[in-house]
Ligand binder design. Structure first.
Ligand code: NDP
Ligand code: OXD
Length: 307
């Protein structure tokens, strides 16, 4: 029985060491090392290898990232369990980034950056945090962890998800029927939705129009959820006051794209959160143990929902 690590060698070395220590009965291989394909029971990868059918005894495909949209429909055999990455390192980095983004937008840092460019010393009025309403699209693991990090600042917090939820200190909305109600009270909208057929293009002109005048966008989900032209129009009309984008479509964002030079936009190159090999190896090992004990794995993807 073997585990195949199909990603960069440096992270693979950390996984190899953890497997040797914690699961010595499982042979460990990195991509490029010689192994008969039928011995591979577990595979970790960012996308499904083109020759995945060779691994005829594959049981579990672990995503090296939290998202699984990069596993295109039909690229993973139906009988293989797909598990997304849930690990402390990703969660902590996302908490940092969301706090950074919300504070950047709350404290007018996009406007101050532009003022600095023009050597303008001009204080801007801002509401207290308790009067700034921060709304999360998606109330999953990363959104809830980020919400916990934001709580001490005192923002008015809300979120929207498919299923109804109760989260202490958070106004929860769910389902298509409550979408408009959720949007109309979100001064800073944080997108932490997975990319699925339903969420593709969700950040469009209609959505921006439903947000309160002067709302801001922090986008950390996936690039194809955002209509770039709709965002630029909403920013230029003044209805949306600023945006911080960690994800774009395509990635990398082409040099000529208007978003790069827009004075109200901050762009980072998909770095909000990155899988940390030490904690990720522990999470994968724990999941293999759970699977062997007949327990449900943490992060098992519902293949019909796509997340
Ligand atoms: P989860 O699966 O834990 O949560 C997803 C949330 O989205 C759930 O609350 C779910 O609702 C909600 N949701 C999904 N589809 C719909 C829908 N159609 N309508 C309403 N709500 C919906 O995911 P995570 O929090 O772990 O991660 C979220 C995403 O963040 C990832 O898929 C990835 O794309 C992105 N990401 C980005 C990173 C970056 O560096 N920029 C790093 C890591 C992740 P319900 O709870 O009811 O099921
Ligand atoms: C992820 C990401 O999904 O980095 O982990 O976007």
């Amino acid at each position: 029985m073997a585990f195949l690590f199909n990603s960069d060698a440096a992270r693979g070395a950390i996984f190899r060491e953890a497997f040797a220590r914690e699961l010595p009965d499982i042979e460990f291989f990195q991509a490029g090392e010689s192994v008969e394909p039928e011995r591979i029971r577990y595979l970790i990868s960012w996308t499904a290898p083109e020759d995945i059918a060779r691994y005829s005894n594959l049981e579990i495909l672990f995503s090296i990232g939290a998202g699984v949209d990069q596993f295109k429909p039909g690229s993973v055999p139906r009988h293989v369990k797909l598990v997304r990455m849930i690990e402390d390192g990703i969660t902590r980095m996302m908490q940092e980034y969301v706090a950074l983004g919300v504070l950047t937008l709350h404290r007018e840092m996009t406007a101050y950056r532009e003022q600095q460019r023009q050597a303008q010393w001009r204080p801007l009025a801002i509401p207290p945090a308790s009067e700034r309403r921060v709304g999360f699209l998606g109330l999953g693991l990363l959104a809830q962890a980020s919400i916990e990090r934001l709580k001490p600042f005192g923002f008015a917090l809300s979120g929207w998800s498919r299923n109804s939820k109760e989260i202490d200190g958070v106004e929860c909305f769910s389902g298509a029927g409550r979408f408009a109600d959720f949007l109309q009270q979100a001064d800073i909208l944080v997108c932490l939705l997975p990319l699925t057929d339903e969420t593709q293009g969700i950040l469009d002109a209609e959505l921006f129009a439903r947000l309160p005048e002067g709302a801001r966008l922090l986008h950390v989900g996936r690039g194809p959820q955002l209509d770039h032209d709709a965002l630029i129009s909403a920013l230029d009309s003044g209805h949306i006051a600023g945006a911080m984008l960690d994800v774009t479509d395509p990635e990398p964002l082409p040099a000529a794209d208007r978003l790069w030079s827009h004075p109200k936009v901050v762009i980072t190159p998909h770095i909000a959160s990155v899988t940390q090999p030490g904690t990720a190896a522990r999470a994968v090992i724990e999941n293999i143990r759970r699977h062997r004990d007949g327990k449900e794995m943490v992060g098992l993807v519902d293949r019909t929902l796509g997340y």
